[in-house]
Design a protein around this ligand. Structure first.
Ligand code: ATP
Ligand code: MG
Ligand code: MG
Length: 550
């Protein structure tokens, strides 16, 4: 059991418990169902879920659907799927902010009755002008002193559809001279004749985020409402709302720094552009970092959990390097993934002294580091494929692989010596001829100096498969955004498709999201979109070599 110092949020919670302010830790994940979740959201999900678990509390899954313009049922489903996949288990049913519209309306009426809210006729533009600036206080709205009765009647009319969009709003009556602009009589309700994805046309007034969110939290008994740093100066308004509405155990807002990955596109607007321009094949393209894309690429929930743990929780903003995420998936798959042989750039080897038509099954450990994974039988035949780069006509010094006259170990099979080769008109190697030593089965090399070991697949028993290799979609030398016009610096080589890689026969039966190590080539995952039964497509998750050190 390692000793880990608690993060600043745990310290706050500990103190709240100690001082008797918190009987049960209740957290929530409150996405707006207006897009797909990405790696940043994963951090928020795992943080909130992790805290609830750690303190024996409760984790709520709540859709913050108070803005009908962009919200869609499709996103509700994809978000639920992603949260489940990450392993975060929410309490009871999923919740919807729109389920509290009636209570929010009543809360607004309560504020009006307390003289803490008023209906304002200023236009959006006028409200902006009256608001003042960081250095100048704002001006009171001419409608600020309407009577409680008048405000109640007008708000009722707003609710009943008597006004056009944008003609009237309800504002909190706080302080137009506050140094915090969020406190200058913020709008808390607006008129919007829109159909909501859940409540339909029941409402034509909708609460603003800063008013709705604390109410949602308070209704659910959330103890700690964790959000990202940009909401720090909204906290006084959050506190004002729960105080004026006189909730008994008001929730406490805590902010932490968003997760950013260096040289990685996370902005919705930019991803949308990549999709629309056909640079990627959708929100789940394996080069993106939406949760769906990470799943499709082959990242596991465990690797993402490890990653968010490593990143930690802080209040200071900073970007994390992508290789750290790669490190986590390697660590996770190292003991779990079968190590199989696949040839990405095949060249044929013919074993001259091996019997024609013979198939010999070699016993191969599935994972040398994890004997519990057992062994499998891999067919060896007269004709084999190896990687083109594993043969050289004229090798440089320290090249220990196949070249004329050299003997190398064919992994888990025999020692083979290169005796000849053929080339085509362009000088491309077409066939390599070898002889094998029957006494060396299984790689027994007693007393022999054999420095090279290469992998291979039977040419007659192996299967063809499509393999996809990826690089960052961003040109890392230039950075994500072009400084001149704000466009993205796209790497034109981010996807390499290999149509005719040769894989061990067993791999042909793998199914979507199966993961393997391909010896020397990296970790691979069966694509969950383009694979068909018996025709898997393999995505490279990550190569074997790491540039990241813990
Ligand atoms: P985006 O615009 O990237 O989708 P968002 O803030 O609009 O982000 P929401 O659906 O409002 O997304 O977010 C749900 C929760 O996820 C919020 O609590 C938010 O603070 C958190 N979150 C969003 N992005 C990140 C991030 N990069 N790192 C950590 N938490 C994040
Ligand atoms: Mg969002
Ligand atoms: Mg948001």
């Amino acid at each position: 059991n390692e000793v880990v110092s608690k993060n600043f949020i745990e310290q706050i919670i500990d103190k709240d418990i100690e001082e008797g302010h918190c009987k049960k830790v209740i957290t929530r994940f409150p996405p707006e169902p207006n897009g797909y979740l990405h790696i940043g959201h994963a951090k928020s999900i795992l943080l909130n879920y992790g805290l609830a678990t750690e303190y024996n509390g409760q984790f709520n899954m709540r859709f913050d659907d108070t803005n009908p313009t962009k919200e869609k049922e499709e996103f509700v489903e994809s978000i639920k799927k992603d949260v489940e996949w990450l392993g975060a288990k929410w309490h009871g049913d999923v919740l919807f902010a729109s389920g509290y519209f009636q209570q929010m309306y009543e809360a607004a009426v309560k504020l009006i009755k307390k003289g803490k809210a008023f209906v304002c006729d200023l236009s959006a533009e006028e409200i902006r002008q009256y608001r003042g600036t960081l250095t100048e206080p704002g001006k009171n709205s001419p409608y600020r002193d309407r009577s409680v009765e008048e405000n109640l009647a007008l708000f009722e009319d707003m609710k009943n559809g008597k006004f056009e969009d944008g003609t009237k709003v309800l504002r909190a009556k706080i302080d137009m001279a506050s140094p915090n602009i969020n406190m200058r009589d913020p709008v808390i309700y607006r008129v919007a004749h829109m159909t909501h994805h859940r409540t339909g046309d029941t409402w034509c007034i909708y609460p603003m985020y800063d008013f709705a969110h604390p109410i949602e939290d308070a209704i659910e008994g959330v103890s700690h409402s964790i959000c990202t740093l940009e909401f720090e100066d909204h906290r006084p308004l959050y506190d004002w709302v729960v105080r004026e509405l006189e909730y008994e155990n008001p929730p406490k807002q805590i902010e932490f720094a968003k997760l950013y990955l260096e040289n990685v596109v996370t902005g919705k607007r930019y991803i949308k552009k990549l999709v629309e321009d056909g640079v990627v094949d959708g929100w789940d393209d394996p080069r993106l970092v939406s949760i769906a894309a990470l799943r499709r690429r082959g990242f596991t929930p465990e690797s993402i959990r490890m990653f968010t743990k490593l990143v930690g929780v802080t209040k200071s903003q900073g970007a994390v390097e992508y290789p750290m995420l790669e490190y986590c998936i390697r660590e996770d798959l190292k003991p779990k993934a079968k190590r199989m042989m696949a040839i990405l750039d095949p060249v044929k080897v013919i074993v001259d002294n091996y019997p024609e038509g013979q198939v010999e099954y070699m016993e191969v450990p599935n994972n040398q580091e994890n004997p519990e994974m057992g062994t499998r039988k891999v067919p060896f035949t007269k004709e084999l494929f190896i990687e083109r780069e594993d043969f050289m006509e004229e090798p440089p010094k320290k090249y220990f692989r196949l070249f004329p006259g050299n003997e190398v170990r064919f992994m888990n099979a025999y020692l083979l010596t290169c005796v000849d080769y053929t080339k085509d008109a362009d000088g491309k190697i077409t066939e390599i001829h070898c002889t094998y030593d029957p006494e060396t089965k299984g790689g027994n090399v007693e007393g022999r100096k054999v420095k090279g070991t290469i992998h291979w697949v039977s040419a007659t028993e192996g299967k063809k498969a499509e393999v996809r290799l990826y690089e960052n979609i961003i040109d890392e030398e230039k950075g994500v955004y072009n400084e001149e016009d704000g466009s993205m610096n796209i790497n034109p080589n981010s996807l390499t498709i290999i149509k005719d890689a040769i894989v061990e026969p067993e791999l042909i039966n793998s199914v979507a999201e199966d993961k393997f190590q391909f010896v020397r080539n990296g970790y691979f995952c069966v694509d969950n979109k383009d694979s068909k039964e018996g025709v898997p497509v393999f995505n490279r998750i990550v190569s074997l070599k790491s540039s990241f050190k813990l």
